[in-house]
Design a protein around this ligand. Sequence first.
Ligand code: PLP
Length: 400
Amino acid sequence: MPDDVPAAGEKKHAFATRMSHAARPPIRALGFVNPPVHRGSTVTSPSCEVRRENGKRRFERVMTYGTQGGPTHWQLEDVVAEIEGGTHCTITGTGLSAVTVPLMAWLKAGDRCLMPDSVYGPARNLAENVLPGWGIETQFYDPCIDAEGLEKLWTPNTRVLYLESPGSHTFEVQDVPALNAVAKRHGAISMIDNTWGIHSFQPFAHGCDVSIQALTKYVGGHSDILLGSVTVATQEHHHLVRGMASALGHYASPDDCWLALRGVRTMPVRLKHQTESSLQVAAWLAKRPEVLEVRHPALPGAPGHDLWKRDFDGGCSLFGIVFQPRYTEAEVFRFVDGLKLFGIGASWGGYECLALPTNGMLVRKVTPELPGQAVRLHIGLEEVADIIADLEQGLALLPQ
Ligand SMILES: *Cc1c(COP(=O)(O)O)cnc(C)c1O
């Protein structure tokens, strides 16, 4: 390689620049811009001795079998580690498996986990319906709890502090550094589901040990893949995560990794544009008489905005609205059904608008019920004036 080859993705560069170059070969080294897809189960070795030695180096990307992942996975791992500021990343088949793998890696029979009441639903399901059978207890806590409150919930067997900020559907922003300080004091591990904060929240700089991503969302960016990632900041943590993912047989399709690599190159511009559109839509909705509150942490005046401003450097286009208490579920369904540009569906982070009534999906144990019917909105790349016009005709279907 010539000496004057520009380095790929230097730290001093801005996010968009780094995403164009991260984990790529030096730009003057090879002809093709994008990598091939490496598919495979069998990996052959030049000799029995080499194969045996390679088997001992499974954490070093020295392969003996396809389940260890390959070059397509590794390139994506390096990009995600770069985005989140970690040292090692493990790609898993779904965002949900990126939640379950680290929980299983750190929790043993007799341990206890603290989870926010606003946690992603399937994570709650694992904690409530699977972990107890293995002797692991979960205590749910108010996501807006302060350090003192968290301290009161602590017990000697509390091993994991789980965070998700903002929370699923209700969008509470957590005081992550303060809560992590409590976990540190007790020698516990802190894990965060950082899917909403994909580029705007730096988990390791805020004291987290493990960061979970549903790459399905903005990294994929086109609603056509499922992938997750677990990123850590030490080799010891990496071996725990990789070891557990491997023990459980987790694997991700290299084709999906390739699509995620393709998606991530345009993610900065999509995120920026969609976030800006979502803030315009959110500000417009906040002024509507049908709407009681808008839960978009990046919107001035919204719940959690001060913490968001302190800890985040940007946002995304997923937020919630709560209707005035006078509206029934049937009326809010009429509004959502009447939207012409919004698909009705789960997941988010794609290029298109989505709307989802959320009251029926919410399980909350220690936080108050929502004061009205709620809808989660995901704003896509459509022109913002068209989105607002669509919402306006939808709201006109409600009794005034
Ligand atoms: C979607 C999502 C997940 C799970 O991702 P999948 O790829 O759909 O399994 C986990 N956490 C959060 C916050 C999510 O929104």
